[in-house]
Structures are given as C-alpha cells and as structure tokens.
Design a protein around this ligand. Sequence first.
Ligand SMILES: [Zn+2]
Ligand SMILES: [Zn+2]
Length: 272
Amino acid sequence: MIVAIILSAVAMTAIVAIRYLLTSGGFALATKWRHPGLYRGLDRQMWRELWWSLASAAIYGVPAGVVAWGWHNHGWTRIYDDVHAFPLWYWPVSVLLFLFAHDTWFYWTHRWMHRPEPFKLAHAVHHASRPPTAWAAMAFHPIEALTGAVVIPLLVFVIPIHVAALCLVLTIMTVMGVTNHMGWEIFPRWMWSGRLGGWLITASHHQRHHERYGCNYGLYFRFWDRLCGTDDGLGNFARSHARAASRAPGGAGARGGADNRRDGRGGAGRAA
Ligand SMILES: [Zn+2]
Ligand SMILES: [Zn+2]
C-alpha cells in the first residue's frame, strides 16, 4: 500500500513537472516569436524560476498523488465520472465554484504572505522575479508551494465535480499561472478591460502586483481585491521591462540591483 501511494505521488510529480515544462516552454516560445528580446538579460532569473518551479512540482505532486490513489482504490473524494450523476447545469457551475474557492484561498493566503515575516521567509522567492517571465508560474518557496498544493486536493472532498470539469479547472489554473507572468497580454481586450474584463485577472493585472507589491492579490477574479480595496488597476509592461533591461549586464542601470532589493522590502512592509 505504501509503495502504491509513493508511486502515485511520484507519477503526479512527473505529470505536474512535465505540464509545467510544456506550458511555460510553449508560452516562452510564443513570447520569443511575438515579442523578441522581451526576456533579454533575464537568463539567470529564468533558470532560478525553472528550478524553484520544479521543486514546487514535487510538493504539488504529493497531496495530489495521495488523493488520486484514494480516489482510484477507495472511492475517496466527490469526483464523479457519470456525467448524469448531477444535472447538466451543475457542470459549469462546479467549474466556477472551484475557481472561486481557489481564488478566495489564494487571495487571503497571498495577502497574509505579504506581511513582513512570511514575506521574508517564503514569498520573497516569487517576487525575486523582476519582472517575472513565463517560467515564473510555479517559482515559489516550498512553504508557499505547500499552501497552493493542498487547495484542489481538499476541494475535491467538499465540492462534487465531474472528472472532465476537474481537468478544465486544472487547465485554467495552469494556463493562467503561466500567462499572468508572461509580461504581455495574450488575451483579447474584453478579457482584461471593460465590463467583464474588469472582474477577471490576466497578465495586465498581476503585472501590477509584481510592480507595486501591496495590491492586486487575486488569482482569477478581481472580486476580493475590489471588495477589500486592494485593487490597483492594470500594470505597465513597457516600464517593467525597460527597468529590467537597464539592470542587464552592460545596461545603463546595471548597479541598480541593490536598490531594487530595497524596494522589495519596502513593498512588503507596505502590504496588508
Ligand atoms: Zn506572481
Ligand atoms: Zn505577492
């Protein structure tokens, strides 16, 4: 039994790691094609992002592997595979419920991680990406990775969800995690401005979090940020990347690294 659980955890880790490499790699290639030179001077940072993300994959894989083993062998969880087990209207509703629950968990844990102590201990790893790239999607300290890793494995015990709806949730999670850090907007304008876009989070919104720290904590929706007064609008890609280029070797502001680190601590202190 123990061997089966370990094998399941290893398999899940491999799946999460490969999913990350393919998705981040794919969007990094898209960046090279659509915005050549956008990640210039960020090679060292991107290696860092890659290694932290692969370490996170192992942490994500363990609870997912245990729950997958229990689902397969003991019928754990409320995941169902007969699409008629619930009314059809429930299928999209379950996706929204998962996204909203995940977003709520993320908003409050993320906001907590901007308090000075947890920031220094854990969340600074994620914010060391200035500006983040497509490889930063899972660049988290193990403590932060753990807070992210338990959400979906716990929710499947609480909210009934069809297996394909769960796959959709995981796909949205992966794609948004990568594209939110990519440094440019891949989605059509209606998704990030206007009536509906004003409630959704894409790269423009999360970029501002990486610029200013003490705002825009959400993951998928701007609901909590708006409700709690932490929404600070959309970021400025051009400014972030100009700053990074000036820090690159040979760039005008190559000595600016220490100043930027100081900014980071100030930002953390300002946070909620
Ligand atoms: Zn981020
Ligand atoms: Zn943050």
